[in-house]
Write a protein that binds this ligand. Structure first.
Ligand code: FPP
Length: 258
């Protein structure tokens, strides 16, 4: 019996399909939503939801790495999240510091390489330093990339890329006629991910079905899976269920099936 068999009174009544290891999504991106509602449901302050959300980042990072996912991108703080009360923003800015302080030995043991993308210069110094130290300390690791989007916004990213490309053209370093999709991709914050830049699977928790300014260019052909679970309740089994749903999709990238 495996963990996917459905049993009634000890008897296997149905077999659920198991994951096909040959067709895993290489890059999984997650919009970790619902921390606030998770806390509210328990009569706890919103930050308690973020704390539990951070704990779950550890669980899901390990689960994704063990499954063989090559890149896990997590939307930790958007360029719009500054609109929240100062106390909540302050708490969210401390989370990466706590996370890397506590979890770095496990990340190193697991051979995980940390990337952080976003407008890092606008972060509080301690947050930025924690992110930079995590990237430096894991730079040589060859396992799963754990890519945090921190002070990240898809529109901002495209504006910055456009500015860089326009500046190169104005300086005569780039012929505008040669600008193509790969030029744009090479100026995006996901460029360091190379071939893994575009997520195969995007998961959003908490029942909301929006992209919320996340990876606007890179999600062009991603499969989207939405779950009603709040992020702190999103388990490794829920991750596997989302991947199973992904494996049942027919990805055509605008073409036809052979
Ligand atoms: C959205 O839920 C969640 C966030 C804005 C923050 C996500 C951050 C974490 C899960 C922790 C990050 C951890 C590290 C290590 C950086 P919400 O607050 O919008 O929830 P709600 O929609 O229920 O109010």
């Amino acid at each position: 019996m495996n963990q996917y068999d459905l049993t009634q009174g000890g008897t296997i009544v149905a077999k659920q399909p198991t994951l096909d290891p040959a067709r895993l999504p290489a890059h999984v991106a997650i919009i970790m939503d619902g921390n606030g509602r998770w806390a509210k449901r328990r009569f706890l302050p919103r930050v308690a939801g973020h704390k539990q959300g951070m704990e779950n980042v550890k669980t899901i990072t390990m689960a994704a790495s063990h499954l063989g996912i090559k890149c896990l991108t997590l939307y930790a703080f958007s360029t719009e999240n500054w609109k929240r009360p100062d106390s909540e923003v302050g708490y969210l800015m401390k989370l990466p510091v706590d996370f890397f302080n506590v979890f770095m030995p496990d990340l190193i043991k697991e051979n995980v390489r940390v990337q952080v993308m976003g407008e890092l210069d606008a972060l509080p110094a301690a947050t930025r330093q924690a992110a930079e130290a995590a990237m430096a300390d894991t730079a040589k690791n060859t396992g799963m990339i754990l890519n945090f989007a921190l002070n990240y916004g898809g529109r901002d990213e495209l504006v910055l890329a456009t500015q860089q490309i326009a500046q190169a053209a104005a300086a005569g370093q780039l012929d505008p006629a040669t600008i193509d999709a790969s030029t744009v991709a090479s100026h995006l914050m996901t460029a360091p991910l190379g071939k893994l830049a575009d997520p195969d699977l995007l998961i959003r928790t908490s029942g909301e079905e929006r992209i919320s300014n996340f990876l606007l260019w890179q999600l062009a052909y991603s499969e989207l899976v939405f779950t009603d679970l709040y992020w702190p309740d999103f388990t490794p089994a829920a991750l596997e269920a989302a991947i199973l749903e992904y494996q049942q999709r027919d990805r055509r990238f605008g073409g036809l099936n052979s």
